[in-house]
Design a binder for this molecule. Structure first.
Ligand code: AFP
Length: 280
């Protein structure tokens, strides 16, 4: 696992440099999810692929930017699902973006995740590693990630990050969100999953929701590269992650680009979602 964390650290330093000084324009390529790729999406994907190719324990990689899985070393133990530059549509407005990694052992499903790692490229570059617990690291002047602290969610938070187009929300989702705001929660939503969830984790808790909508009945966020790794992080930090009714880490992906509605948060907010969604 150390080899993987080191490879991700090296990739993060290179991607940070690309974000700061690289070409931020669009390519003429559309990825499997239907997004026109930025040149930065492609560059970040290649950097990660290059770094994983250097370590023999990686059997295969599954990237949000690639149509199919790619075998790197048939004797490797781990399969890594990753989103090289999540939130890249925020690059032009200079908001924080991130890279997300799910480390699967032997096979790719929620039950075989052994670690989840994400990197936030903001005013500072930070990496969060979830294994038995969840630890925050920060990039220092020498280009090394140094451990800062263990992240633990409170039972209840104060933030409410509400994803997806409101006109597509169900009436009961709308009521749930309005009730949460009526109880004094503050809206925090940048449109980048990594910084939005990082904020909830570091501020002690709250709720992030990306529900089913009329135009995206299976939600938008992708199971293998976004939903499973963050579900793992939230559970290891003492919170919870559900699709509305079930634990996200019990879902099965039938295709590498499958999506799911998702809710991540501290326990009280997730119980609130479960109670409301159970009525429908
Ligand atoms: P992009 O990578 O296209 O910027 O999408 C980012 C993202 O997948 C995720 O990071 C956000 O949480 C989510 O989309 C935001 O989607 P909405 O703008 O529909 O709320």
């Amino acid at each position: 696992m150390k080899e993987i964390i080191d490879a991700i650290s090296r990739a993060a330093v290179r991607i940070k440099r690309e974000i700061e000084f690289g070409d931020t324009s669009y390519s003429d390529h559309i990825n499997k999810t239907g997004d026109t790729q930025l040149k930065l999406d492609i560059a970040s994907d290649l950097i990660i692929e290059e770094e994983f190719k250097k370590i023999p324990c990686v059997k295969a990689i599954i990237s949000e930017e690639k149509e199919t899985a790619q075998t790197l070393n048939k004797d490797g133990k781990y399969i890594i699902g990753y989103d090289p530059l999540d939130g890249s549509s925020l690059i032009d407005v200079n908001l924080a973006v991130g890279s997300i990694f799910a480390i699967y052992e032997k096979e790719v499903n929620a039950k075989s995740i052994v670690a989840a790692i994400y990197v936030v490229y903001g005013p500072r570059t930070e990496m969060v590693v979830a294994k038995d617990d969840v630890r925050l690291y920060r990039l220092n002047e020498s280009g090394e990630f140094k451990e800062i602290k263990t992240i633990k969610l409170n039972q209840k938070g104060k933030l409410n990050a509400t994803g997806a187009t409101q006109k597509g929300w169900s009436a009961y989702h709308k009521k749930l969100i309005e009730d949460i705001f009526a109880d004094g929660y503050r809206l925090r939503y940048s449109g980048g999953m990594v910084p939005d969830l990082h904020q909830i984790l570091l501020k002690g808790g709250g709720l992030f929701s990306y529900p089913a909508t009329t135009d995206t009945p299976n939600g938008k966020l992708r199971l293998l590269f976004e939903v499973f790794p963050f579900a793992f992080v939230f559970e290891k930090a003492g919170g919870a992650a559900i699709d509305g009714k079930k634990r996200l880490l019990e879902l099965k992906a039938s295709h590498i680009h499958d999506t799911s509605p998702c809710f991540f948060g501290s326990n009280e907010e997730i119980d609130r979602v479960l109670n409301e969604y159970a009525k429908h």
